[in-house]
Design a binder for this molecule. Structure first.
Ligand code: VGL
Ligand code: ZN
Length: 203
């Protein structure tokens, strides 16, 4: 059994949003075509409380894309984004979500960021996704969405470590690409055994 994991296709990650991914909205039609081919579709939603630890505005003298040292390691600081209950945190209006069986929110602990859909950035706090997939008999995970170099990347690597076959659907993802993050993400995904596919090959 396979599942499609659609990562963070939210207003703040699309053009005009607070942490806009260049051409992020272009993934939407691709994701929707892909979803037709899956019985199991899961959406993730970045869902931060105001004043979240990952926001540069929460740290005096810091700017977006600076880094800080937290208890769990280095954290990149972002513009305020995907704040719970705001329009920026909503799914893009063109994304049709009717088919999704699970909407998995992440990043809701105020002191921990969460890129991966499996583990928060402390690498210890589980979201429960592994159990959900296992209990539903899912062994293969196809990943699409935003952003390739952060939430897609970490979800893919953690998916591999959790024992799933993982495919990143390249043309259904777009990246932020700060400080070489796209290249680094690709290298780490390859090392973890993630495979890359394009959506026409899945039809
Ligand atoms: C993401 C940075 C901060 C993502 C979320 O969805 O890739 N990136 N929060
Ligand atoms: Zn975030």
């Amino acid at each position: 059994m396979k599942a499609l994991l659609v990562v963070d296709v939210q207003n703040d990650f699309c053009p005009g949003g607070k942490l806009a991914v260049t051409r992020g909205h272009e993934v939407i039609p691709v994701v929707m075509r892909l979803a037709d081919q899956f019985d199991n579709v899961i959406l993730t939603q970045d869902w931060h409380p105001a004043g979240h630890v990952s926001f540069a505005s929460s740290h005096a003298g810091k700017s977006p894309f600076d880094t800080i040292e937290l208890d769990y390691g280095v954290q990149i600081l972002w513009p305020d984004h995907c704040v719970q209950g705001t329009a920026g945190a909503e799914f893009h209006p063109d994304l049709s979500v009717e088919k999704a069986t699970l909407i998995l929110r992440k990043g809701f602990h105020s002191r921990i960021d969460s890129y991966s859909a499996f583990f928060e950035n402390d690498r210890k706090t589980s979201t429960g996704l592994r159990g959900y997939l296992r209990e539903r008999g899912i062994r293969s995970l196809y990943i699409a969405g935003l952003a390739t170099d952060y939430c897609v990347h970490w979800s893919a690597v953690d998916g591999r470590n959790a024992g799933f076959d993982v495919y990143v659907v390249d043309d259904a993802c777009r990246g932020i690409d700060t400080m070489g993050s796209m290249e680094e993400a690709r290298t780490l995904m390859i090392k973890a055994g993630v495979r890359f596919v394009v959506s026409p090959s899945l039809e």
